[in-house]
Design a protein around this ligand. Structure first.
Ligand code: AMP
Ligand code: ZN
Length: 473
């Protein structure tokens, strides 16, 4: 099975060849743990989980190492800790915020059918590795010390900007940020900085006397190297991370070792949007994973995690996705259709090969989804197809034995007084016969508000209209 992936670095789809097929290595930037993750943050988690599952299928589960980090040192974490626990020492407050948020994140994404990564390193447990990288960068002339900071000297790297396809001149011309006076060049970025009093601090590298803390970019370079080595196969994250985060990771990792590459393939998911705008904390247009799972804030409905996952995978990972209730309703009705077919069968030994082939083509999940629909059609007549459908959905993380009731989480069972419904249905028919369409429409709406949907059909013998009704879910 040949796998192709779109590489941001080359801007085209390429056949994927692992450096070592007995240990395929992937790093994905994980969450900064200060608050509930929103459904936009869930997109890379689900997309790269799908890729992890595919790599395990192709190369064998024990031959894939997937690292997804946890960023637990950050200004936003400090601010949150000080606001939520003003009476505690800051470091204790930070620990409370990060451990609670981390647990919430794990619970949320487990509900979305996401597998645990092989390693989930925390930034605060890799400070020594960060310091070693920083010292190597200083020793090789790629970084300098200024006013308690260590900065990366971008002018020292001739091809800085290759991933985001921008030259240093262009970037400098476009730089509108006020440049700190201690920087040699406006695009130079922080590797290490002084900590303010009370903030987490570690003994500094590069001969700096005052304690300090790492910059964000160096964290990922250090964790990736520690767990995957200086050169590995795949690096992923959302498209907003291309610049500056991933550009700077590449600069640090390559220059610290004098290597031409950090990761062979760079993969980026598109944005999840609301009415055409990126979902983000700063715009305030976000809904958390937790709110979707456990409240009725979105589309006046609660949503099962597998439904959310299918809704997410319905769009190709590089395309933007508009997050709507309609999308979730469709995904729910699809999974409800599947549920009855799947429960009685034992899964087949392997997922459907056409689905695997679609996913192997740069993770074409929309195509995989339509193949799955075809399988479901055959499964209605053929238990062999049902067994394969089940294996395929389990492989894609879309089935874990859920019943219809579980998938319908939060949808109240509708009970109606059938005598009353019959009377309203008869009154509507009478209004139609009398050509009082205003009244017949009003009665249809009244029934719909009770959760009743109507079906009109002609009696083949008499030619009369016969109306049947059912509870709409
Ligand atoms: P952050 O917490 O902002 O660093 O984001 C964590 C991950 O979620 C990164 O890979 C981001 O690129 C990704 N991300 C954040 N917002 C969105 C969004 N609206 N759509 C898709 N991915 C996103
Ligand atoms: Zn990162």
């Amino acid at each position: 099975m040949s796998l192709t992936l779109y590489n941001t670095l080359s801007r085209r789809k390429e056949p994927f060849t692992p450096i070592d097929p007995s240990n395929v290595r992937m790093y994905v930037c994980g969450p900064t743990v200060y608050d509930y993750a929103h459904i936009g943050n869930a997109r890379p988690v689900i997309v790269f989980d799908m890729l992890f599952r595919l790599l395990r299928h192709v190369y064998g589960a024990e031959h894939v190492t997937y690292v997804r980090n946890i960023t637990d040192v950050d200004d936003k974490i400090n601010a949150r800790a000080a606001a939520d626990f003003p009476d505690l020492p800051l470091n204790e407050a930070i620990r409370r915020v990060t451990s609670a948020t981390e647990k919430q994140f794990h619970d949320d994404i487990a509900a979305l059918g996401v597998l645990l990564p092989t390693v989930e390193p925390r930034a605060t447990e890799h400070i020594e590795e960060m310091k070693r990288l920083i010292e190597a960068l200083v020793a090789r002339g790629h970084a300098y010390v200024a006013e308690g900071h260590v900065l990366f000297d971008v002018a020292s790297m001739p091809d800085y900007g290759r991933l985001s396809n921008r030259s240093l001149d262009e970037m400098e011309a476009g730089a509108r940020v006020e440049v700190a006076p201690y920087k040699k060049g406006p695009m130079d970025f922080v590797l290490w900085k002084p900590s303010k009093p009370g903030e987490p601090a570690w003994p500094s590298p590069a001969g700096i006397v005052e304690p300090g803390r790492p910059g964000w970019h160096i964290e990922c370079s250090a964790m990736a190297e520690r767990h995957l080595g200086p050169v590995f196969d795949i690096h992923g994250g959302g498209i907003d991370l291309v610049f500056p985060h991933h550009e700077n990771e590449i600069a640090q990792s390559r220059c610290a070792h004098g290597l031409p590459v950090m990761a062979h393939v760079w993969l980026h998911n598109g944005f999840l949007q609301v009415e055409g705008e990126k979902m983000s904390k700063s715009l305030g247009n976000f809904i958390t994973i937790h709110e979707l799972l456990a409240t009725k804030k979105f589309g006046a409905n609660q949503w099962h995690g597998r439904v959310i996952r299918l809704a997410m995978l319905g769009t190709h990972y590089r395309q933007p996705i508009d997050w709507t209730a309609e999308r979730l309703l469709q995904a729910r009705s699809t999974l409800l259709d599947f549920a009855d077919l799947l429960a009685p069968v034992t899964p087949a030994a392997a997922p459907n090969p056409d689905v695997v082939a679609a996913l192997s083509d740069d993770l074409n999940t929309p195509s995989a989804r339509s193949i799955v629909h075809g399988l479901a059609k055959s499964a209605k007549r053929n238990p062999g197809a049902a067994a394969e459908l089940r294996a395929t959905l389990e492989f894609m993380g879309l089935y874990g034995g859920e019943t219809r009731d579980e998938l319908n989480v939060g949808v109240e069972a509708i009970t109606v007084d059938s005598g009353k419904v019959d009377a309203l249905v008869a009154a509507r028919l009478a209004a139609r016969k009398a050509k009082d369409f205003k009244e017949s429409d009003r009665l249809r709406d009244e029934l719909a508000a009770m959760g009743v949907s109507l079906k009109d059909a002609k009696d083949p013998k008499t030619g009369e209209i016969v109306t049947t009704w059912e509870i709409a879910r």
